[in-house]
Design a protein around this ligand. Structure first.
Ligand SMILES: [Zn+2]
Ligand SMILES: [Zn+2]
Length: 369
């Protein structure tokens, strides 16, 4: 089984060939659509047995439209929501032009594929207002080897995957949402424990992907890292027991944005408290939720991870009369509240003002003006 992580800049596209069958999971954005088609042609692809659209954002879907017109497609698997875009209309038109109907298989559904199989991991639920959260995630298995692709799924979807009872352990994980801090939670990493992570993102992308939080987690778990932004297209071959790569991992754990300070210490605490049940707002699924966290494992990784990142913030507790401010994973300003402007409160972390200053943050003009 040959898995190609195509370099489509800021986007995602994965080609899988096995036992004469072909799968494409996402097709990258418009700008790389013709590259994807010609790449597949160079691999002698004529038929795509499974064309999987994780979700309908253009950086994942645009290139699939090109594939639908260039190749004979047998099955289209996609997420069960509608997207308000011309591109989405083009996609459903291209599917119809092939005489196909989109399939939205339920979590747990298995398909045989080549010398192996794949199983649907997500989405368990649909949020009509949040494209990323609806991403179709799959676990691809070949003998003892397995790969997990989650599109732009975020930590809420990861929690649902953990709660599904499906074995998530894998050799290769593509961290969700191009390595954004909204994905790749500790619980999910603890459940997947990959040996390798392949990050698909664009060089110097405007989103700062991958996030320092994610890279810190990967580094602290000694997960080997490949990155399309630095290494171009990456190819892995599984013979059922061993995975062989076309190049060495770069193991570059630096975030996309140099100023990204991460929030790991804070985050570990937050996630700890949420797994102990404080975070019940989400619907009455508390039983499955505690199953997800059944993971005493989930908390033990947090414990092992915490000491590795204690360094500076350690002494904040002893300086309790200090002025406290809020920072975010990617911002360069500090705020006097955790929901200033577009700041997401769940991603903000509180540190002392002097600590913020010393780390190079500047006061937000809105809060401190
Ligand atoms: Zn994306
Ligand atoms: Zn997206």
């Amino acid at each position: 089984m040959k898995v190609h992580f195509l370099d489509v800049g800021q986007g995602l596209s994965i080609l899988v060939q096995s036992g004469g069958q072909t799968m494409i999971y996402d097709g990258g954005d418009k700008s790389t659509s013709s590259f994807v088609v010609s790449y597949l042609q160079k691999q002698n692809v004529t038929t795509i047995d499974y064309l999987i659209s994780s979700h309908y954002d253009s950086d994942h879907m645009a290139g699939l439209i090109g594939c639908l017109s260039a190749f004979d497609v047998k099955n289209v698997i996609s997420s069960d929501y509608e997207h308000d875009s011309k591109l989405y209309q083009s996609f459903i038109q291209a599917v119809a032009d092939q005489g196909l109907t989109m399939q939205h298989p339920a979590v747990g559904t298995e398909f045989s594929f080549g010398t192996g199989s794949f199983q649907i991991l997500a989405p368990a639920t649909i949020d009509p207002d949040d494209s990323n959260k609806n991403s179709v995630a799959i676990k691809l298995t070949n003998g003892e080897n397995s790969f997990i692709f989650t599109g732009d799924a975020e930590s809420t979807s990861e929690a649902a995957m953990c709660a599904s009872g499906i074995d998530l352990s894998c050799d290769v994980l593509v961290p969700g949402h191009h390595g954004s801090a909204t994905a790749t939670s500790w619980d999910f990493l603890q459940a997947t424990v990959p040996e390798y992570a392949v990050i698909s993102c664009g060089k110097d992308n405007q989103y700062g992907h991958p996030a320092k939080d994610v890279m810190d987690k990967l580094e602290s778990m000694d997960i080997q890292v490949y990155r399309t932004d630095e290494q171009g297209t990456i190819v892995a071959v599984s013979d059922g027991t061993t995975i062989t790569w076309n190049q060495e991992p770069c193991n570059d754990y630096t975030p996309g944005e140099k100023e990204d300070q991460g929030t790991q210490t804070q985050k570990a605490e937050t996630e700890n408290s949420s797994s102990s049940g404080t975070n019940t707002g989400k619907s009455g699924k508390s039983s499955s939720k505690s199953k997800a966290a059944d993971a005493s494992a989930g908390s033990s990784i947090q414990i092992t991870a915490t000491p590795q990142v204690t360094e500076a913030p350690q002494d904040t507790s002893s300086t309790s009369n200090e002025e406290m401010v809020w920072i975010t994973a990617t911002g360069s300003k500090y705020h006097n509240k955790n929901n200033c402007g577009r700041t997401d409160p769940s991603k903000a972390s509180e540190i002392s003002r002097s600590e913020a200053e010393s780390r190079g943050y500047e006061p937000c003009k809105k809060c401190f003006g």
